[in-house]
Design a protein around this ligand. Structure first.
Ligand code: NAP
Length: 240
């Protein structure tokens, strides 16, 4: 699907999963994409200097900015509140909330200047329904949902659209990261999901593309997409 010819985009966290699929979808649709993440040394959203350097470099390459996809994010651990680790909570909030806010702050004037800007934030069903043993991640995604609405209020009257995309279970490296590389635990998250399994990163990218390619006066506020077998954050039907 085309529709983004001439658009200039930043996608954070595009080294894997949803971000990688989104960068590809945007490129296939005609956009020029600059993506960044830690593993190629280009962007750490928890580090202000890294973000400034990345945004300056991207703007130099792109000559302006039309689209920001705030995708970089992670979860750490699956523990009840009283067993959660301070360092994990810190990392999750720094990355998912403060990193997203920082990237938005650094990019927003350039999106206004483009005359047709668009911010897409990666929320989650965890930002709509809580589930047990995921408190810092749940808190971070509720914060993303709230921040996205606040951003829309602040930008009212300016030519920038804002979309929150809230996926359910997507099979990516997300669980591998959450469980510190424990492959068995990570695999179990996606195992035996009924009725066709979890959604794929490409499905999320497709929804992002839908929001980006609506007419300029149409703002898609939120897209919630889940596997057919998932009815809320923690309710996933599995084959036995
Ligand atoms: P993933 O495959 O683990 O990808 C996460 C991406 O974020 C990676 O590219 C990672 O790159 C990047 N990242 C993490 N910390 C970063 C940092 N400090 N600075 C820059 N980049 C950073 O997981 P995913 O499932 O695609 O997750 C992408 C987004 O979707 C996240 O916001 C996640 O919360 C959200 N989401 C995922 C699901 C799901 O079920 N998978 C559901 C709902 C929402 P580096 O490691 O190279 O930095």
């Amino acid at each position: 699907m085309a529709g983004l010819e001439g658009k200039r985009a930043i996608v954070t966290g595009a080294s894997s999963g949803i971000g990688a699929a989104t960068a590809k979808a945007l490129t296939d649709a005609g956009a020029t994409v600059v993506s960044g993440s830690r593993r190629d040394g280009s962007l750490d959203v928890t580090d202000e200097e890294s973000c400034r350097r990345f945004v300056d470099g991207a703007l130099g390459r792109l000559g302006g900015l039309d689209i920001l996809v705030n995708n970089a994010g992670l979860a750490r651990g699956r523990d009840p509140v009283w067993e959660a680790r301070d360092a994990d909570e810190h990392e999750v909030i720094l990355t998912n909330v403060l990193g997203l806010m920082r990237m938005t702050r650094l990019c927003v004037q350039h999106l206004v200047d483009s005359g047709a800007g668009h911010v897409v934030n990666l929320g989650s069903v965890a930002g709509i329904w809580s589930y047990a043993n995921g408190s810092s991640y749940v808190a971070s995604k509720f914060a993303v949902h709230g921040y996205t609405r606040a951003l829309r209020d602040d930008l009212q009257g300016k030519p920038v659209r804002i979309t929150n995309v809230a996926p359910g279970l997507v099979e990516t490296d997300f669980s591998r990261v959450r469980f510190g590389g424990d492959e068995d635990k990570a695999r179990a998250v996606y195992a035996n999901v009924a009725m066709g399994g979890p959604i794929r990163p490409e499905d999320v990218a497709d929804s992002i593309l839908f929001a980006l390619t609506r007419p300029a006066n149409v703002n898609i506020d939120e897209i919630v997409l889940t596997a057919l077998a998932q009815t809320s954050g923690g309710n996933i039907l599995r084959d036995s």
